[in-house]
Design a protein around this ligand. Structure first.
Ligand SMILES: Cc1ncc(COP(=O)(O)O)c(C=O)c1O
Length: 382
């Protein structure tokens, strides 16, 4: 679909790029299953749009954060296996079981609520036990697994379909000490479950960086988020890949963010621009006013530092990012007209703005730059 002339701003999702990225991971993973992590509005790319493209790519596992995301997928008709990765409030257990959603579990209370829902609805509750291996986020401590097992043995209506964990320090370093420590802990937990007679069919702990770097963490399913959207987890992941002599995946960014010029104006030398008068022109200046601000996810820390693309050229943000507007300098870009297309993220002509670039200006990571693009902005598959 091409951008509607009626839109003030829109996000373009490149279908070919997404399908290409899936193939790149599938090549790397071989027979290992691939879960598309589509939580947080598919990292800002649009939950249903990415679910649709994932279906086209043959992906049969989705990872979401919440019941609400899982239900939105079911209501839109998606039949894939859906795993809630976040927290399921006890009172939502019935809805999760009713919608055939798998639940990541790390509390006995959650198991009890799911068992009750299962008995009421006469259908099994499918759970994935999350093991605490060193991230100290969600997870069952290995020395507490025994109490979960004794409870599970008495409760056949709760089926342990999966066992999982998550890496803490795999993107931020080229040192593999901590991932290996976590992998060892996970293997210990898996061994304990096996020795206790619990045969768990699905084992998973890899994210994008692990999928790229460590085949020994694959087991039979990996959970890939950022890489499917064509973004490297970090520069360190790319460096590690090269250091290990592995072929880097050829990832293509999927998302472009565009808007229209809302006004063009000339201001004299010495004019202040925007709230707080943080920028003062040093020459007679032409400004384009762009109706995008921090409400839309264009971070306020990009004030006076980022640039956008107009007519394939860089236009510097002048003054502070407002709630709904930015002002950019088009003095050196002749011929800019009202409603010309502005690129905030993505390519235009020979120039491009990458999520990593905005992230380093904003003191953040690409994950946050794309994820925080306001979900109300239309996502168009192109
Ligand atoms: C539990 C879990 N699994 C997998 C992922 C995917 O990680 P990535 O986007 O680095 O592939 C995330 C991302 O935050 C996560 O929280």
């Amino acid at each position: 679909m091409r951008a509607e002339p009626t839109l003030v701003q829109w996000v373009e999702i490149n279908r070919q790029a997404f399908l290409h990225n899936v193939r790149e991971f599938q090549k790397r993973l071989g027979p290992t299953g691939l879960m598309a992590v589509i939580k947080a509005n598919a990292y800002g790319h649009g939950l249903l749009e990415i679910a649709r493209l994932s279906t086209e790519a043959g992906i049969d596992w989705f990872g979401v954060h919440s019941l609400e995301e899982g239900l939105a997928l079911r209501q839109a008709g998606f039949r894939q296996k859906i795993l809630i990765l976040g927290y399921l409030p006890l009172a939502q257990a019935g809805e999760a079981v009713g919608a055939d959603l798998r639940v990541t579990v790390y509390n006995l209370e959650t198991l009890r609520a799911l068992a009750a829902a299962s008995r009421k609805l006469h259908r099994p509750a499918l759970v994935h036990l999350k093991i605490e291996t060193g991230t100290n986020r969600q997870g069952i401590a290995i020395n507490k697994l025994g109490s979960f097992l004794s409870w599970l043995k008495k409760t056949p209506e709760v089926k342990v379909e999966g066992v999982s964990s998550h890496f803490a320090n795999i993107e931020d370093t080229t040192d593999d000490y901590y991932p290996r420590y976590q992998l060892d802990n996970f293997l210990q937990a898996v061994k304990f479950l096996q020795a206790s007679g619990l045969d768990v069919p699905v084992k998973h702990m890899s994210c994008s960086a692990a999928a790229i770097l460590f085949p020994e963490t694959y087991f039979n399913l990996v959970r890939v988020g950022i890489g499917l959207y064509g973004l490297w987890p970090s520069r360190e992941t790319l460096v590690s890949c090269r250091l290990r002599g592995q072929e880097p995946l050829k990832l293509k960014p999927v998302l472009s963010w565009r808007a229209r010029v809302a006004q063009i104006k000339a201001v004299p030398r010495g004019a202040y621009i925007g709230y707080g008068c943080t920028y003062r022109t040093t020459r007679p200046t032409r400004l384009a006013i762009i109706p995008v601000g921090y409400y839309d996810g264009y971070d306020r820390s990009l004030s006076n530092s980022a640039y956008v693309l107009i007519k394939g050229k860089r236009a510097q943000v002048r003054g502070r990012v407002c709630m709904d507007f930015i002002m950019v300098d088009i003095t050196d870009i002749p011929g800019v007209k009202l409603e010309d297309t502005v690129t905030l993220l993505g390519s235009q002509g020979k120039e491009k703005i990458q999520a990593d670039q905005l992230a380093s200006l904003a003191g953040s990571i690409s994950y946050e730059i794309v994820t925080r693009i306001n979900p109300l902005i239309p996502r168009l598959i192109v």
